[in-house]
Design a protein around this ligand. Structure first.
Ligand SMILES: C[S@@+](CC[C@H](N)C(=O)[O-])C[C@H]1O[C@@H](n2cnc3c(N)ncnc32)[C@H](O)[C@@H]1O
Length: 283
């Protein structure tokens, strides 16, 4: 029993607070925790600490991030994917679900089946496949390359969608946790249909080169986790996942390698979590 307790990264203290057991956070406000570090560093977190992972890794499409190179060879990108996906498996509880937003495919610099390749890598790492949600991103940038326009010689076919893989570690049925779900009937019925349609987020508005919209972690958190579950994003960027988790009565844990993105996430959390609490105090 005593040994099991030590494995938890977050331990509830007497005053309903959560205490971080292994690494000191970069920032913490209430139930939102931010860590600065490299997802390849397995020793950052304890084994088996999280209930739900919601994330979107770098896509390797030449985005200008501050601290990582987004133009690896395809082999190196798959090797990186293999390593971080294995670390997430190590950090996940047996009942953990893994909601992974990735591209369907890659069209520049040689056609690649990114979605299929990463699904295979995840399964080899031990994750079990549950399903795939198609994210029909309303405002995705439209391409201008047609290949051979109006000729069968070499036309390009590009689907303006992304994938959201739904994977799990050991058992799909959740048995632990608070068992408290807080999703409405309408949302449950709508979101269990595997085509999600909502817009992407503006880079300019958020100040990050590739943020995802709040709607993505919001649906994942409500549909796949119980109240008070620990929700982890190993590529948290502007902090969307830990923010949404904390706003929805979960414990949000974000990790990012870049200090300026951690500061951006801190600012968002300070603004939005505090605002919500001030509003609640007024009511
Ligand atoms: C696609 S963005 C995620 C954006 C996030 N979903 C949001 O809403 O802002 C990928 C993030 O991964 C971070 N990153 C890249 N390599 C990393 C690594 N090795 N360890 C941790 N974070 C990394 C980048 O700094 C970037 O913020």
């Amino acid at each position: 029993m005593a040994r099991r307790k030590k494995q938890l990264i977050l331990k509830e203290t007497n005053n309903n607070d959560y205490e971080v057991k292994k690494t000191a956070p970069f920032f913490r406000l209430q139930n939102a925790y931010l860590y600065k570090g490299d997802v390849l560093n397995r020793s950052l977190f304890k084994k088996d600490f999280c209930d739900l992972i919601v994330t979107s890794p770098p896509y390797n499409v030449g985005i200008e991030y501050n601290s990582n190179d987004d133009v690896l060879s395809y082999e190196d990108y798959l090797d990186f994917s293999d390593k971080w996906i294995k670390n997430c498996f190590y950090w996940a509880k047996d009942s953990c679900r893994f909601i992974l937003n990735i591209p369907l495919d890659k069209n520049k610099g040689g056609q690649k089946s990114v979605g299929a390749d990463i699904t295979t890598i995840a399964q080899k790492a031990g994750w079990k496949y549950h399903s795939t949600i198609i994210w029909n991103e309303g405002n995705i940038s439209r391409r201008t390359a047609w290949g051979s326009f109006m000729s069968a010689s070499a036309p390009y076919v590009i689907a303006p969608v992304e994938l959201i893989l739904v994977l799990y570690k050991k058992d799909w049925k959740k048995t632990g946790g608070t068992k408290i779900s807080d999703i409405s009937k309408e949302n449950f019925m709508s979101w269990t249909s595997g085509v999600w349609t909502f817009n992407g987020e503006s880079k300019k508005r958020i100040g990050h080169p590739a943020p995802f919209p709040k709607e993505l972690p919001y649906r994942a958190v409500k549909l796949f986790s119980y109240v008070k579950d620990i929700v982890f994003d190993p590529f948290s960027g502007s902090g969307t996942t830990p923010l949404i988790a904390a706003l929805n009565n979960r414990i949000g844990v974000g990790l990012d390698i870049d200090e300026s993105y951690c500061n951006l996430a801190k600012k968002r959390i300070l603004n939005e979590l505090n605002t919500l609490n001030l509003r609640n105090a007024d009511e």
